[in-house]
Design a protein around this ligand. Structure first.
Ligand SMILES: [Zn+2]
Length: 377
């Protein structure tokens, strides 16, 4: 018995000496680069359903293979259910606030009074000399991307938010900015007495209307499109532009995952997941942290169905019909078309990923990234 134990202990120390196992035991390496993948409204049930839709089976998404997992609580300071403004502000700044408020403290009041600006991970990265990028399938001034680079008491102030991308508080500001929303942002800029052309001239940064228009020579391109943007192409382009950065980079990618239209929303998650797998092949996890999470959950649930049968049976009839009302009732899926209050999943791999575990408030994700970089607030 004693002898057996001794032998087992020797085996264990031998095993620990082997590089593969020693790596999992060694104190984690610091991250040089961080990529945050934000599935907007991609709650746990939507992630589950995306795997069922995309692969006919659970647990088939790439991110579902990542080793570090936690449940991130998303509520604002004064309610149970979050919007994107509070949800993303809390992740980016480590401070929860009110719905509608972009990276300002809870002393702010939506549309009425500014709160103290809360410093974002992107601002910390700029201050430390990293290169930074924000890519979104949505308008570049929408609440989620805005919370990375701007501070505003109302998420609707797109003109003000966009101008802040060009007037940074730290470093030289966000280097790569790809998203949509050109028409509405343009109208708000006009109302404020400015416009894309004036801002481009004043800051010596062209603001392209298409991804293809940004020349390879421009290391800090801003693209604001009228229509849809190719989120995959935009993300790969952003990574190419940032990856050579000597001090590292922060890249934040948002892909909408609202399931008001269940097929569209779930397909977005499947495609986002494929993009994440592609990105992972292009980075070195020894010095790069990859984090996947959502800003808040959404009321989709799978409540029926059999393996081998289509998840979204009845979708075409629903789509062809009037599509009115708050509830979508398909054979196997029900969608209460609103944000919901339960925790969202946080998944991580790479340098500094081990801080993602257990239940925590979403502000913990800010700490995880700061710890991964080894920075103090
Ligand atoms: Zn959201």
């Amino acid at each position: 018995m004693f002898r057996g134990l001794f032998a087992a202990a020797s085996l264990l120390s031998l095993a620990l000496a082997s590089p593969a196992l020693a790596e999992t035991k060694a104190p984690s390496q610091k991250a040089k680069n961080v990529i945050v993948f934000l599935a907007d409204a991609g709650g746990v049930p939507s992630v589950n359903a995306a795997s069922l839709l995309g692969y006919g089976q659970p647990l088939k998404l790439h991110v579902q293979q990542w080793p570090h997992l936690g449940l991130s609580e998303t509520s604002p300071v004064d309610a149970f259910v979050s919007d994107s403004a509070n949800g993303m502000s809390a992740i980016m700044t480590g401070v929860k606030t009110h719905n509608g408020v972009i990276s300002q403290g809870p002393d702010g009041a939506r549309g009425k009074a500014d709160g103290a600006p809360t410093k974002t991970l992107l601002e910390y990265a700029e201050e430390h000399g990293l290169r930074t990028g924000v890519v979104t399938s949505q308008p570049i001034t929408d609440a989620t991307p805005a919370a990375t680079y701007a501070h505003a008491n109302d998420r609707g102030k797109w003109g003000e938010i966009f101008q802040q991308a060009l007037t940074p508080r730290f470093g030289d500001g966000v280097d790569v900015l790809f998203g949509t929303g050109r028409d509405k942002i343009g109208r708000q800029l006009t109302a404020a007495g400015t416009g894309f052309d004036q801002l481009a001239k004043a800051h010596n940064r062209p603001i392209y209307a298409k991804l293809e228009d940004a020349p390879a020579a421009n290391a800090r391109p801003i693209v604001v499109t009228e229509d849809e943007i190719d989120t995959r192409a935009a993300t790969l382009r952003a990574l190419d532009l940032l990856k050579g950065s000597p001090k590292g980079y922060l890249l934040v990618v948002e892909w909408d995952a609202h399931t008001d239209d269940p097929k569209e929303g779930l397909e977005n998650i499947v495609n986002f997941d494929k993009l994440i797998a592609e990105i992972e092949k292009r980075v070195d996890l020894k010095d790069t942290l990859l984090l996947f999470t959502a800003d808040h959950s959404f009321g989709l649930q799978v409540d029926g169905g059999k393996r081998g049968e289509p998840l979204l049976e009845g979708y075409d009839a629903w789509k062809a019909g009037e599509r009115r009302g708050d509830i979508v009732r398909l054979k196997n899926v029900v969608v209460n078309r609103t944000h919901t209050g339960e925790e969202v999943v946080a998944l991580a791999t790479g340098a500094g990923a081990q801080g993602v575990r257990g239940y925590f408030p979403n502000t913990h994700l800010f700490e995880v990234v700061m710890d991964a970089w080894g920075w103090k607030k």
